[in-house]
Design a protein around this ligand. Structure first.
Ligand code: SAM
Length: 247
């Protein structure tokens, strides 16, 4: 059963093994006017700051929610100007109408949206926006590479029940869920496709950070990369959903 505290147990690894978000994502957020100097942003499920850092670089006044102790400590160390709330999104005590932007990066699937969306709606100022994105590790539109086929074999051996949330690249379904309570309305959806080359060690490190992969499976993934020449090219997808706060 995936455990949201998995990331906290691997905080050091998480910090360097997860690939960054692609530049076109930041360009799009900037062109939509979301990354604006002086505006107030709340990053929810911030980890060690993979998304938070861009909000800080844009000159925003940033608050972050991160329940993991080790992750929150690294976040504070990396971005001292950020107000870090060490709590879950569900338990966070947020001031009303205090933010212009809420960001959720590769974290929305962990939240109880029935609790969290009303909270974020109340915390956003009128005219505020919610931006939700993630790195989906795999791109279904690309024919499976030999490495991907090996990964599919590993996953197919598991008996784990599917998680009761939409797939990581099922953007339409996620958009429906985020609009469901009538508090937010989709303003813009986008997808960014990109590739990254990973060597055996990078594969082991990255797959170890995945909450549904065992250490043995991460090792197997690394061995697959070694068998396939030592470096593999992975095709990834970053879906983005931007929502308006409904008045
Ligand atoms: C996959 S990581 C993403 C971290 C970072 N936002 C990024 O872009 O890489 C998921 C994060 O969500 C956090 N998380 C899990 N459950 C949460 C909850 N209920 N409320 C807030 N954060 C949560 C985890 O501690 C972890 O930092």
């Amino acid at each position: 059963m995936p455990d949201p505290m998995h990331f906290d147990r691997h905080a050091d690894l998480y910090d360097h093994a997860r690939p960054p978000y692609p530049d076109p994502l930041w360009d799009r957020l900037t062109s939509l006017g979301l990354l604006t100097e002086g505006k107030r942003a709340l990053d929810v499920g911030a980890g060690t700051g993979q998304a938070t850092h861009a909000l800080v670089s844009a000159g925003m006044d940033v608050t972050a929610i991160e329940p993991g102790a080790a992750l929150a400590a690294r976040l504070r160390e990396r971005l001292p100007s950020v107000r870090v709330l060490r709590t879950s999104a569900e338990d966070a005590d947020l001031p009303p109408a205090a933010f212009d932007l809420v960001t959720i990066a590769t974290a929305v699937h962990w939240f109880d949206l029935d609790v969290v969306l009303p909270k974020l709606h109340a915390a956003l100022a009128p005219g505020g926006r919610l931006a939700v994105w993630r790195n989906a590790y795999g791109d279904d539109s690309v024919p499976p590479t030999p490495f991907r086929r090996r990964m599919q074999e590993i996953v197919a051996r598991r008996n784990a029940p599917p998680r009761p949330v939409p797939g990581e690249s099922d953007t339409t379904q996620w958009a429906r869920l985020l609009e469901a309570g009538g508090l937010f309305e989709v303003a813009k959806m986008d997808e960014f496709r990109w590739t990254i080359d990973l060597d055996e060690d990078a594969v082991r490190a990255l797959f170890t950070t995945f909450s549904d992969w065992t250490p043995e499976e991460a090792d197997e993934a690394a061995h697959a990369a070694r068998d396939l020449g030592g470096t593999v090219t992975e095709h990834y997808l970053t879906p983005l959903i931007v929502l308006d706060r409904v008045a």
